[in-house]
Structures are given as C-alpha cells and as structure tokens.
Design a binder for this molecule. Structure first.
Ligand code: TYM
Length: 349
C-alpha cells in the first residue's frame, strides 16, 4: 500500500489475564514489527466495558495487560503504549463510524453472535457497536497494518468497508480540501497481518475450540502469569491422540490436538511447523510434551516474572500509559480535526 505512511496499530482487551493465544497470535508479532514500523499498541479499556467489568478489577487488568506488553518485549520508548480511554478521539471517531456502518454489516459479525449468546435482547448496545469502535481505533491513526490473531479477521474486513464507505461518501469534501492521499482517499484500507505458525491457538482440552479467557477450565489455556509448575502441569494434561507425531505437516490433518501442540512449539521456538515435525516426527507425545514443557517454561516463565516486577510499581505503569496517550493524541488530534471538517461540523474555538 503505497501513499500512506506505514503505521501499525493493534490492541487487546483488559478483561482478564492474557494467555498463550494472545501471545502467539498477536504479541510476538507486535514485538517483531517494532523493528520495521512505527507501532501503536493500545489497551482497549473501552472495548472491555461492552461486557460487565468490576471497576476495581478493570483498573488492575489495564495495568496487568500493559505490564504483559512490556514484559513480552514491547518497548515503550520505541512504540506507543497507552489505554484507549485516555485519547478521546477513539470515542469521537467511533460515533462518526456508527453513522457510516450499516446495521446489515454489524448483523453479520460472528463475534457478537457468540458473545451475546441466546439472550441477545440483554446484550449491551456497546457490544453490538464494538466493531465500529475497533475501526475507529485503527483509522484514528490512519494505521496501515494491523497484527492480530485469526479471530479478528472479520472485524478487519469491516474496518476496510467503513474506511471505503467514508472515502466514497465524503469523496467531494476530501478532494476539495486536498485531504486525500492520491487516489486512495482519506483513510487507508488497513492490511490485517495474521502471521506465524499459531494464528489460532486452540484449547489444550479440546483442539476444535479456540483458547480463550472465557473457557471455564483453567487447564484449557496457559496464562502469561502462570508459573513454571502450572505451565508444566497444563501441558502434561493437554489432550492428545494415540498416534506418534507425523514427519510432515499434512500428517496433522484431522488431528486438531496434535496440530495445536506442534503450532505452539513452532510459535514458541520461532520455527515453522514443518521444521518442528522434522525434529519430532515419529516421536510419541510423552517425549514431545517433555520438550514442549522445557521450551514453554524457558520462554514464558521470565515474562511472568517481569510482569510481577513491573506490577509492583503501578505508578511507573501509569506514567508509561500517560506518556503514550500524549504521543497517541498528538497523531490522532489533527486527523480527528480533519474528519470533523470533512463531515461538516463547525469548529469555532
Ligand atoms: P482480544 O483482546 O480478544 O485478543 C487480543 C489479541 O489476541 C488474539 N487472540 C488469539 N490469537 C490466536 N489464538 C487465540 N486463541 C487467540 N485469542 C486471542 C486476537 O486475535 C487479538 O489479536 N477486538 C480485539 C481488540 C481490539 C483491536 C483493536 C485489535 C480492539 N481494537 C484494533 C486490533 C486493532 C479483541 O477483542 O482482541
């Protein structure tokens, strides 16, 4: 995508402790992208309250997620780290997008259907409008690349649809003011970056279900705060099948638990699934799991330790979020001013 300044934006909800899916699906890619891009990483606290959050728990979770970003390798000097509610452009642009997006578009969102469940009438309006706020997060910075796990793909398609409709609906105003980037319009159509060998980490108890914070069983996921003992126990108890590991990737077809564990090994070691299978093809799960325990403990236990260290000083974390919010706002405010002018709002002070 030429024309737009290359900029990365992504975020996570501070709804409970982050897990291995968040880490391998997103966070490891965020860390890597710092070497090549200007990066903005957000703790999306406004998204969190689309479902009930105890206020004291929410504050704790915002700081914990911030600590997880930093402990995993996001550098608050190089990248912008902040919480969404401290930059008011997110709410403002989300409102404009509530008026750009169509009901029919939101009705197709599978995540709303899953989260609202059977009792749709009782879901918050915020949960329904959630994807519009997510589009606002990204486009408020004219971000061009969005590293996420596979489950966010549909939301990113909606983001592109919203950007395109805004560019079309206000094409004349954008052109008149010279605010378009070439033929591309005012907003870029951001690229989803769904990368690595584990874009969709599955439950350790059921290889057909996504690893998620909401699963009732703590054995279904590895939390970034788990200590070495907990990590080891969860991997030892992880569901497998009776066959030995295949030596090629296509041998994983129809074996969701095996595929998941191999993906996790690959993600943690920075290798491809193929390379992992070259090494372990023919092994029984007992041997493979022992190697996976060692690798997971080696990679994850230091993150938990660093998070504990950071969380002992909440003031330091709040300072990082505050400085990040100032930097984020410096990018967002001029873009938001242009949006308001394009839409036709009067600014008289
Ligand atoms: P959230 O908070 O549910 O998840 C944060 C990130 O973790 C990824 N992820 C996974 N990846 C692989 N396997 C899994 N089992 C797994 N579970 C979660 C998610 O794909 C995501 O990348 N709507 C977003 C937050 C958001 C956002 C944004 C993201 C708000 N605004 C703007 C990008 C850009 C969400 O709820 O992610």
């Amino acid at each position: 995508m030429s024309g737009f300044h290359q900029r990365v934006f992504s975020g996570m909800q501070p709804t409970s402790t982050l897990h291995l899916g968040n880490y391998l699906g997103a966070l490891t890619n965020w860390v890597a992208m710092q070497d090549t891009h200007e990066c903005i990483y957000c703790v999306v606290d406004m998204h969190a309250i689309t479902m009930w959050q105890d206020p004291a728990d929410l504050k704790r979770a915002i700081r914990e997620v911030t600590a997880a970003y930093i402990a995993a390798g996001v550098d608050p000097k190089r990248s912008i780290i902040f919480n969404q509610s401290q930059v008011h452009g997110h709410a403002e642009l989300a409102w404009v997008f509530n008026c750009v997006a169509r009901l029919g578009w939101l009705n197709r969102m599978t995540q709303f259907k899953e989260k609202a469940g059977k009792d749709r009438e009782n879901a918050s309006v915020g949960l329904y409008a959630y994807p519009n706020l997510m589009a606002a997060d990204i486009l408020l910075y004219k971000a061009t690349h969005v590293p996420v796990g596979e489950d966010q793909k549909q939301h990113l398609e909606l983001t592109r649809d919203i950007a395109q409709k805004f560019n079309n609906d206000f094409g004349a105003q954008i052109a008149e003011r010279g605010l378009g980037t070439g033929e591309l319009g005012f907003f870029p159509l951001p690229e989803p970056m769904i990368q690595g060998p584990a874009p969709r980490v599955m439950s350790l108890r059921d290889g057909t279900k996504k690893m998620s914070k909401s699963d009732a069983s703590d054995y279904s996921r590895i939390n970034l705060t788990d200590d070495a003992e907990a990590i080891a126990q969860k991997i030892r108890k992880a569901k497998t099948d009776p066959e030995a590991l295949p030596s090629e990737e296509k041998g994983l077809e129809g074996r969701p638990e095996a595929e998941n564990l191999v993906g996790i090994y690959a993600g943690l070691s920075g290798a491809s699934k193929d390379a992992v299978l070259k090494q372990f093809g023919g092994s029984q799960f007992s041997g493979f799991k022992a190697a996976l325990v060692d690798l997971a403990v080696e990679k994850l236990a230091p993150i938990a330790g660093e998070m504990r260290r950071l969380l002992a000083d909440p003031k330091h974390i709040d300072d990082i979020l505050g400085a990040g919010a100032d930097r984020a706002d410096a990018i967002a405010a001029p873009i938001m001013r242009e949006v308001k002018d394009i839409v036709g709002f009067v600014r008289s002070r």
